[in-house]
Every structure is written in structure tokens, then in C-alpha cells.
Design a protein around this ligand. Structure first.
Ligand SMILES: Nc1ncnc2c1ncn2[C@@H]1O[C@H](COP(=O)(O)OP(=O)(O)OP(=O)(O)O)[C@@H](O)[C@H]1O
Ligand SMILES: [Mg+2]
Length: 375
């Protein structure tokens, strides 16, 4: 459940209505006598108007999941409901999609990593392709394609061929084509993986703009945590065909021990000497970072050092994690730590060993943070 006034509904377009729901989704591939369970009972709930990110290592089942959502891949069991329609029931038994499924699918846009444009067709003709399949007249197709190209910022490239475009421009064409059937849902499988960081940012910005302007729900697969941080309202982590964690970014942050939260907001930093207490503080929307830390310092008259932080502003509120250091051992800091907890913050105290180096393990990113943070 989203927290009222919290960061859960980062985008004004998010509603509580589910747009994509999978229940007990399972996919077993059988090839040459071997069985691979690519999906193992996946329950996914994507709300209307949200950008939902699915992350996980290679082979975790991410692509299989997204291909099952539009029934490009037939699930072995379980159901898929999109826009209130049970696609698994529409699919029927035969290998070919029936008319009902084809119609439902035309309202689900799909964007691919390698764009999948036809090189012999102009940009405009690529965008018109799904409109031809939908049976629109030539005039209507042309009007709609030009409107979509304008929407993705490529109005001047209508007559160009894919070979004359940059990667980012090709992906814009891919997105325009995906929008041809006026979808409510856009699926994206690693749509920015083939692009450089700057182009990635501009494509993500476009997806977010479309999400906001058109109220489009976006389900995207990525292996980059930055993508999740930049545009996702919610995220799920997949492992071995299962969803092992899911929720809004603030829900994940509020979950002690969340692997996704730790990867989204990694903090490092070692204590500056012995007899220090190191505390990781998680902010998930309701408390503001600056006042809490300075209040703590003023109230107890202690110097607080920030060892590391991974913070972001979501919907005008600071979320993330911060590692701070208080002078003195843990026993001397019980009261200030209690103060932090009273502010509604999630507080984890690093194990208080005898020596500084024993208190906190030092992951690689900590070094970089220390170099910046420490004199
Ligand atoms: N058509 C297929 N036939 C047999 N096995 C398959 C098929 N497609 C996928 N698999 C297997 O299913 C598992 C999940 O694959 P999937 O492509 O969904 O992973 P992924 O999370 O998208 O990985 P990546 O990040 O590398 O794209 C893998 O073990 C893969 O080998
Ligand atoms: Mg994949």
C-alpha cells in the first residue's frame, strides 16, 4: 500500500487500479528432453499509470515474464490480466493467436532492445506498419504516424531510413511504433541497453513524459539500477524465475534488509577512528534529512560526520540512506539513536566491535565516498 503523502505515488498519474496482474505465472521450456523453469509462480501487480521496473541477473526470467504478459509466450500455467481482460483465457488452445487476443495485444505496446525496425522502410512507414495491420486507411495512417513522430521528437525524420538514424533516434521510432495502437500499457525489454548514457537519459525522459502525458503504464526490464532510480515508481527483483522482492521504491526502502533498497541506495564509509558509533539511517519520505541531522547535533551537542549517503529527491521529498558517525561508543549513544528512531526513521547500528576497522566492512564504493567525504 502506498503511504499517503509519502513517495509511493511519485507520479500524479498512479492510481490504485491494477492494469497488469499475473497470478501463479509459470513457464517451463522443454527442449531436447531437458526442462527449464523460466518462471516459477510469479504474482505481479502493476498499477495504472505507474512505471514498474523488473530487475534481476541474466537468466532470472525477466524477458520470459514480459513476453508472457502479452502472450507472445504461452505460460505453462497461471493467468495474465491486462486492462481487465484475461489474456490467458483469450489465447485459446491453438498455436495461433485468435482475433480476440490480437485485438487485446494491439493495445499493448512493446519496445525492444535492438529496435527491430525494417531497414527497407522509411521511419514513417515503420510507424505505419501496425496501423496497416489495424486496417487504417492510408490517409489516417499517415496522419497518425506523423503525429506520433512529432510526439517522440522526430517530426523531421519521417522520410529518413533507419540506417540514417542514431541509436537513440531508432529507439524513438521504436517507441512511436509501439504507441500506434493507442496502448494503455507499454512493455520495454532493455530498451536502453544498446544506448550510451546520455541517450539512455533522453529515452528514459521520453518514457517518463509519455507516462505522465498519456497516463501510460510502463512495465520495463532493465539490469541498470540507475534506470529504476530515475523513472520507476515500483520495482521487482527476480531470481530463478521468482519475484523475491517487490513494492514501491519507498516501501522497499522501509523494508529492513531489502536487497533492492541496498542496491538502489548503496552507502559506504568507514569510521574515522576507534570509539565511534556508525549508524545507517534510512529516509523514506516523511522525515527530511537536513533538519533531523542538525536537530540531533544541536539537541545532544555532538558533532556528526556523514560518512556516506545515497539520497534522491522523489516528489519533493528526500529518500535514501545515509551513514553517519557519532563520537563515542554505542553505549554512549543510546539516547541520540533513540531520538532518531523517534523521528520515525529506520536506524541500523553497525556492529560495535572493539576497533574501528572491525566495526564496518568496507565495500568498494566506500572508498570513493570516503575520498570525497573525508579530509
Ligand atoms: N525459448 C527458450 N527455450 C528454452 N529455454 C529458454 C527459452 N527462453 C528462455 N529460456 C531459459 O529461461 C530462463 C530465463 O530466460 P530469460 O530470457 O527470461 O532471462 P532474462 O532474465 O531475460 O535474462 P537476460 O538478462 O540475460 O536477458 C533461462 O534459463 C533461459 O535459458
Ligand atoms: Mg532478457
Amino acid at each position: 500500500m502506498p503511504v499517503p503523502g509519502g513517495t509511493a505515488t511519485a507520479h500524479s498519474t498512479v492510481t490504485e487500479s491494477p492494469v497488469i496482474t499475473t497470478t501463479g505465472l509459470t513457464k517451463v521450456y522443454r527442449s531436447r528432453g531437458r526442462e527449464v523453469t523460466a518462471l516459477d509462480g510469479v504474482d505481479l501487480h502493476v498499477r495504472e499509470g505507474e512505471v514498474y521496473g523488473v530487475v534481476g541477473q541474466s537468466g532470472a526470467g525477466k524477458s520470459t515474464l514480459i513476453r508472457c504478459v502479452n502472450l507472445l509466450e504461452r505460460p505453462s500455467s497461471g493467468t495474465v490480466t491486462v486492462n481487465g481482460q484475461d489474456l490467458t483465457a483469450l489465447a485459446g488452445r491453438g498455436p495461433r493467436a485468435n482475433a480476440g487476443l490480437r485485438k487485446a495485444r494491439s493495445h499493448i505496446g512493446m519496445v525492444f532492445q535492438h529496435f527491430n525496425l525494417l531497414s527497407s522502410r522509411t521511419v514513417q512507414a515503420n510507424v505505419e506498419l501496425p496501423l496497416e495491420i489495424l486496417g487504417l486507411s492510408g490517409k489516417e495512417r499517415s496522419r497518425k504516424a506523423l503525429e506520433l513522430l512529432d510526439l517522440v521528437g522526430l517530426a523531421d525524420k519521417a522520410k529518413a531510413y533507419p540506417g540514417q538514424l542514431s541509436g537513440g533516434q531508432k529507439q524513438r521510432v521504436g517507441i512511436a511504433r509501439a504507441l500506434a495502437g493507442d496502448p494503455k500499457v507499454l512493455l520495454s525489454d532493455e530498451s536502453t541497453s544498446a544506448l550510451d548514457p546520455e541517450t539512455t537519459r533522453s529515452i528514459l525522459q521520453l518514457l517518463r513524459d509519455l507516462n505522465q502525458q498519456l497516463g501510460l503504464t510502463v512495465l520495463l526490464i532493465t539490469h541498470e539500477m540507475d534506470v529504476v532510480k530515475t523513472i520507476c515508481d515500483s520495482a521487482a527483483l527476480m531470481k530463478g524465475g521468482r519475484v523475491v522482492e517487490s513494492g514501491t521504491v519507498s516501501e522497499l526502502l522501509a523494508t529492513p534488509g531489502s536487497e533492492l533498497a541496498a542496491e538502489l541506495f548503496p552507502v559506504g564509509g568507514e569510521p574515522s577512528g576507534p570509539d565511534r558509533t556508525v549508524v545507517d539511517v534510512t529516509f523514506h519520505g516523511d522525515a527530511a534529512t537536513q533538519p533531523v541531522i542538525s536537530q540531533l547535533s544541536r539537541t545532544y551537542n555532538i558533532d556528526i560526520s556523514i560518512l556516506g549517503a545515497a539520497m534522491d529527491t522523489v516528489a519533493g521529498k528526500q529518500v535514501g540512506r545515509m551513514r553517519i558517525e557519532l563520537p563515542g561508543r554505542f553505549e554512549e549513544n543510546v539516547v541520540p539513536i533513540g531520538f532518531l528512531r523517534e523521528q520515525g526513521l529506520q536506524v541500523e547500528v553497525a556492529p560495535h566491535g572493539e576497533t574501528a576497522s572491525a566495526t564496518v566492512p568496507s565495500p568498494a564504493p566506500a572508498d570513493a565516498l570516503l575520498k570525497e567525504g573525508a579530509k
